[in-house]
Design a protein around this ligand. Structure first.
Ligand SMILES: [Zn+2]
Length: 341
């Protein structure tokens, strides 16, 4: 890592190191014979690469290729749409905002104050009354905020006069007419195409990547990361879900929900909606083994297990603690809903 972080073309790996206490370098010059000392003084620039690059480099040295997983891509996209980890963290900690996201996962039948579930794409769309039912008077401001961040997309739901298929159409996709996605016929929309109320109502679609991320449980990872960020005193960097591949294999060897460096301590984390590490003892043991490999391979110093459940079962805590008892340099933390929300 030395020559990467301390960048100066006069240095080789003989002169620069990243050690336990931080970056260090030797003066590359062997003597000084008078004159302006600035002509021989080396003032190296320090650069801190983003954490995902550091993790990739550490993995590469162990023979692994590190890539963002699908979950990681969804989470990165969500963080960027909200404007940062702090912003998405605040949103997810708000129980009523979370209820709006939960409603998009609901696949029960359509109801006026619960939105419309379309069989064509198996997604739910919320109109104003459905959002007001969850957040009350904040509905207008919340919709404005989410539309402007492109987290919500505005559109209509129309049923085709010919084939009877109902679909959601983004406001950008329609004119006076809409084109049925199933039979391809263009038609002017009239009352019979939207049914209720008297005028066509706006329906809001949750951005697809955010929907997929939320459905795959990204809230737990993001809340755990934001909890670490809030507790940090001097510095905090993070990455979302990453996979470690052995080149040429068809599936990843190891996957981790998040990494962060909090006040200089490299931390890896597992975050789950449920409060178990897997279905049954063998899956749990495999998870623990996976984290042992990650901890030793990447010189991780802190391990976080986070759940949106009320608490971790005592048995799981004991098993994990026992597995890391022989590496006292690694701190193991357990977070539950009361720590995250
Ligand atoms: Zn049609």
């Amino acid at each position: 890592m030395g020559s990467w972080i301390i960048s100066d073309r006069r240095f080789t790996t003989n002169e620069v190191r990243v050690g336990r206490e931080g970056p260090a370098y030797f003066c590359p010059n062997v003597g000084y014979f008078g004159g302006d000392i600035d002509t021989v003084l080396v003032r190296p620039g320090l650069q801190l690469p983003p954490l995902h690059k550091i993790v990739s480099e550490l993995a590469r040295q162990q023979g692994y290729e590190c890539r963002p997983s699908d979950k990681g891509i969804y989470a990165d996209e969500s963080i960027s749409k909200w404007g940062g980890l702090e912003q998405i963290g605040a949103f997810l900690r708000d129980v009523r905002c979370r209820a709006v996201l939960d409603r998009f996962l609901d696949d029960s039948k359509s109801e006026p104050d619960k939105g419309v579930y379309l069989n064509s794409d198996r997604r739910r769309y919320l109109a104003f009354p459905a959002i007001r039912a969850l957040v009350g008077d904040r509905a207008t401001a919340l919709i404005d905020e989410l539309i402007s961040k492109q987290i919500f997309n505005r559109g209509f739901i129309f049923g085709c006069t010919y084939c009877r298929n109902a679909d959601w159409f983004s406001v950008g996709d329609i004119t006076q007419e809409f084109k049925c996605r199933r039979c391809g016929r263009s038609q002017v929309y009239v009352k019979s195409n939207w049914k209720e109320p008297d005028e066509p109502a706006w329906f809001y679609k949750l951005d697809e990547l955010i929907y997929l991320g939320y459905r795959h449980g990204m809230a737990a990872s993001l809340l755990a990361l934001d909890r670490m960020r809030r507790k940090s005193e001097s510095s905090f960097t993070f990455t979302t879900d990453r996979e470690f591949w052995i080149p040429g294999r068809s599936k990843p060897e190891v996957e981790a929900d998040f990494f962060c460096v909090i006040d200089g301590v490299l931390t890896v984390g597992e975050a789950k909606k449920e409060n178990n590490l897997g279905n049954g003892t063998s899956e749990e043991a495999a998870k623990i083994k996976k984290y042992r490999r990650l901890v030793s391979g990447l010189s991780v110093r802190q391990l976080v297990f986070a759940t949106l459940g009320d608490s971790w079962p005592q048995k799981t805590v004991e098993k994990v603690s026992a597995a890391f008892a022989d590496v006292p340099s690694v701190r193991v933390l357990f977070f539950a809903a009361s720590d995250l929300l």
